[in-house]
Ligand binder design. Structure first.
Ligand code: 3PG
Length: 395
């Protein structure tokens, strides 16, 4: 399989970079999708007799230890999922890490504390990253890159360490790349892209790159109000990126010229406040009251989006249609997710928020073609950018 280039891993210390960056509420993991997605590679290496040393980050601590970002609860959950004891080092490359790695027996698994507790991890300075990468490399005989969600980051545990050890791509990264390739290289048509989420400025490069590839682009979520403003609508108190209105107008014009259809909602659910129990009403997009906030696409729009998705052979969806965390504003996201489960073809859910949304709304993950563990990483891939954590493996 993936690790044949490493030779026989039995008895070897294999450093695995996983993406275990999961949402936490205190020390409670609210969505363990990324941990579950990391299990197959770790289990396979363990069964092959490797001494598996997992390195990962959690959140964005400031380059120093911070108890709020400890990987300890994540290591415990990983142990439950693997069904074995998982050792935990209270530092990343210090005395604890060395002792824990030295004590590992063949087939055993250890997790090192949050790699971002070290300033070298995210440093722009090659030498600073190199120092941490040297220390990580000294703990292992080989490196497996399996943290798809971080392959767009040129960071010590993702990029620099691969230059210092025999390395291989993990099964999760391999699968993610394979699926994303099917979205960009000769996708089966009709090809529908659904974009949501709060900011259009996060999605500009994706829209640029997909506008010539997809047949239809459905737009919802907070970002839609900048498009509606570009069409001349009043959006009340809704999210609006004033400095992107001209860009959205340009997209709408380009879509007319290129034959790619951009579909915007015709109705939205509005409320006077951003609150779970705020009184919700549905209005046409040209009648958004000045004192209200748009918090979801409306039922007519949800039905129209679902019809477009039902007619597609390839669908990529990134970004919720509304504030799905509040029941009153979850219907648009639910309708899109439901429609994806019924696609006769390839349906891909990309990105942290939409992946969390489908699980939170109770959908069976198996009903989708693929749920990506990458947010930024899958978007950057679809933007056509080089991912440092992938190119470093190919060099
Ligand atoms: C993610 O959550 O998208 C990845 O884990 C990367 O995290 P980052 O955006 O903090 O680098």
């Amino acid at each position: 399989g993936e690790y044949s280039s490493l030779g026989d891993v039995a008895g070897k210390r294999v450093l695995v970079r996983s993406d275990l960056n999961v949402p936490l509420d205190g020390d409670q993991i609210t969505d363990d999708g990324r941990i579950r997605a990391s299990v197959p590679t770790i289990r396979e290496l363990s069964r092959a007799g490797a001494r598996v040393v997992v390195t990962a980050h959690l959140g964005r601590p400031k380059g120093a230890p911070d108890a709020a970002y400890s990987l300890r609860p994540v290591a415990a959950r990983l142990g439950e999922l693997l069904g074995t004891e998982v050792a935990f080092a209270t530092d990343t490359v210090g005395d604890s890490a060395r002792a824990v790695v030295d004590a590992l027996q063949d087939g055993e698994v250890a997790v090192l504390e949050n790699v971002r507790f070290n300033a070298g991890e995210t440093s722009k300075d090659d030498a600073e990253r190199g120092e941490l990468a040297d220390a990580l490399a000294s703990l292992a005989d080989a490196f497996v890159s399996d943290g798809f969600g971080v392959v767009h980051r040129k960071q010590a545990s993702v990029y620099d360490v691969a230059q210092r050890l025999p390395h291989a791509m993990g099964a999760l990264v391999a699968t993610e790349i394979e699926v994303l390739q099917r979205l960009t290289r000769d996708p089966q048509r009709p090809y529908v892209v659904v974009l949501g989420g709060s900011k259009v400025s996060d999605k500009l490069a994706v829209i640029d790159n997909l506008l010539d590839k997809a047949d239809t682009l459905l737009v919802g979520g907070g970002m839609v109000f900048t498009f509606l403003a570009a069409q001349g609508h009043e959006v009340g108190q809704s999210l609006l990126e004033q400095d992107q209105v001209a860009t959205c107008r340009d997209y709408l014009e380009r879509s007319e010229a290129s034959g790619v259809e951009i579909v915007l909602p015709t109705d939205v659910v509005v409320a006077p406040e951003f609150k779970a129990d705020a009184p919700a009403t549905t209005v046409p997009v040209d009648q958004i009251p000045a004192d209200q906030i748009g918090l979801d696409i409306g039922p007519d729009s949800a039905a129209a989006f679902a019809r477009h998705i039902a007619g597609a052979t390839t669908v990529f969806w990134n970004g919720p249609m509304g504030v799905f965390e509040f029941d009153a504003f979850a219907a648009g996201t639910r309708a899109v997710a439901q429609a994806l489960t019924e696609v006769d073809g390839l349906s891909v859910v990309g990105g942290g928020d939409s992946a969390a949304a489908v699980r939170r709304l109770g959908f069976d993950e198996q009903a989708f073609g693929h749920i990506s563990t990458g947010g930024g990483a899958s978007l950057e891939y679809l933007e056509g950018k080089d991912l440092p954590g992938i190119t470093v493996l190919e060099d």
